[in-house]
Design a protein around this ligand. Structure first.
Ligand SMILES: [Zn+2]
Length: 343
């Protein structure tokens, strides 16, 4: 009730705020072949939209060259660290190491009562993440789990209404943990873009920007129609774990760089059953968490996405304790260790 009451005013104010962002994400991504978080206002590499219409929602799109470069960086990093970039070979070792437990630092940005989330709200979101990544909604078990390490509130109208504009200062002030800690921020991101995320490839250059920002109305039971099951966080965290959109690069090679997510020409809108937009084999993966469908339509990750997540973790987020040893920092013990680690 509390959150429902503030929606229309919030949406209006967010629209006004978003107009003040000087450079559109799309323009900046086009201008910079390698888009990385900007000091003033981070890119929406992983942005998810709430109103997919006839016009592009490609705040979310990386350029073709960027995707190719990021995939090459992953292969190179894996080869350097483990002697192979073959994700199937690596995975037999990675899965033996057990579940990968990600400690989560949850930062609720609010403006007075608006945007304020209870501990119960936050825990429901964590449960949703665990269900989605565990395969409980459909699809595979990615062997990734999430554990709430801390939950704090920050009362700031500026950060709440303009999280992209103040992304840098907000994260510099609040971010906790190392490369294996997920920092989630909730704010009034907007009604067109529901969230945005960094990729693991970006951690080396901008560690303080690492994390995921989602709209507080997208949490389970939130007030965003069609986007109220908490899957915006599932989607954005997919980017944080190294996944691209299933529609990345459209029908053009390499797509999202994962073999078992069929190519699709454009994001799904609503829930377009049986859609098949590319000549390559397979119908569009409209039920995949890394597409743009309504929450009611989303339900799965694929085995290839699970392998990619584990490979990206091994490459970029696992603790480093000696060259070429497979020390993945997985399992509950590693998760607990990381919680107490200094910044
Ligand atoms: Zn996205």
């Amino acid at each position: 009730m509390r959150r429902l009451a503030g929606v229309s005013l919030c949406a209006l104010m967010v629209t006004v705020c978003s107009l003040s962002v000087p450079v559109s994400d799309r323009a900046r991504v086009r201008a910079a072949p390698v888009a990385e978080p900007d000091d003033g206002c981070g890119p929406d590499s992983g942005a998810r939209t709430s109103h997919p219409g006839p016009h592009p929602r490609d705040h979310a799109h990386l350029g073709h060259e960027e995707v190719v470069a990021m995939l090459a960086d992953l292969r190179r990093t894996l080869a350097d660290r483990y002697g192979t970039s073959d994700e199937r070979r690596l995975d037999s070792t990675l899965r033996r190491a057990g579940r990968l437990v990600v400690p989560v630092r949850f930062h609720v940005i609010h403006n007075g009562r608006r945007g304020w989330l209870s501990n119960k709200d936050v825990r429901r979101q964590i449960s949703t993440l665990n269900a989605a990544y565990g395969g409980a909604k459909g699809g595979v078990d990615t062997h990734v789990r999430f554990r709430l390490a801390s939950h704090g509130h920050t009362d700031s109208a500026a950060w709440f209404y303009s999280p992209r504009l103040y992304e840098n200062s907000m994260k510099r002030r609040l971010r906790k943990g190392g490369r294996n800690t997920l920092n989630v921020y909730t704010a009034a991101v907007g009604t067109d873009v529901l969230g945005f995320s960094t990729f693991p490839q970006w951690y080396r250059r901008k560690p303080h920007m690492d994390g995921v920002v989602i709209d507080y109305r997208s949490l389970p039971g939130g007030s965003f129609r069609h986007y109220d099951r908490g899957y915006t966080a599932v989607h954005e965290i997919g980017h944080w774990l190294g996944l691209f959109h299933t529609f990345e690069n459209g029908c053009r090679t390499p797509g999202d760089g994962i073999a078992d997510t069929p190519y699709e020409a454009r994001p799904a809108e609503g829930c377009p059953y049986s859609r098949d937009t590319c000549r390559q084999r397979g119908r569009d993966p409209i039920h995949n968490f890394m597409d743009y469908a309504h929450d009611s339509c989303m339900r799965e990750f694929t085995a290839g996405q699970g392998r990619r997540i584990r490979a990206a973790w091994a490459a970029y987020r696992a603790p480093r304790r000696g060259a070429r040893s497979v020390d993945l920092g997985t399992g509950p013990a590693a998760g607990a260790l990381s919680v107490g680690a200094p910044r």
